[in-house]
Design a protein around this ligand. Sequence first.
Ligand code: SAH
Length: 235
Amino acid sequence: MAWMSSGSSNASLIKNLASNGLITSERVKNAMLSVDRAHFCPTNPYTDSPQTIGYAATISAPHMHASAAESLLPYLHPTARILDIGSGSGYLTAVLAALVGPHGRVIGIDHIPGLVDLAAKNVCKSEQGREWLLSGRVRFVQGDGRLGWKEEEEEEEEGDGRDGGAGWDAIHVGAAAKEAHEVLVEQLRRPGRLFIPVGEGTQFIWVVDKGRDGGVKREKGMGVRYVPLTDAPGE
Ligand code: SAH
């Protein structure tokens, strides 16, 4: 059913995803309309399926990007800090940047340096993307996403993630983990949400919510197929 949403332009792809019920939120629809998938996807950008982007990586299918953005939506407020692990092409990082406000911050992390550069190049293909990179609303860093990410100033920051401070309002993981890494849950703010595909072979989306009181709830969602979260090549 997913491939039925394919279109001949960015606008028709998004319209078809919406009419097939794969995008239900107007905010997500507008964010995906504002980021041209062709800037991130060298082949068949408007087909609703994953595509290769080099470095043995793929850009996920548009309906999966939509589903992740919709799941994280309640946490994407104007000043939110978001971490996109396995940022690959940079497409979802850009959509998440469209969803937070000008004072929000979205960090994309990938362990392949070539993909960190490619994602920034892709974002630079639009005027809005160049502004986001200049203002720091979007940034790409290299690292092992299984460890999450701490901004330099955070190393010093005190606090338990309540009402701002260190940590992430939402963490998206774009590759399948062996487990919902506890360190990622620790790095969530209160409240905060982690969206992570988990499993070897059979994989499921897990949504992990940290409440204002620090309590953690885990919910297993749909079955999916992602490339695995691995050691960096050559390690
Ligand atoms: N959200 C991306 C998905 C890219 S595919 C997109 O739609 O374009 C998954 C990505 O995870 C790849 O870019 C791969 O390099 C990255 N990856 C795999 N293991 C990783 C790890 N341990 N740390 C950081 N990135 C990782």
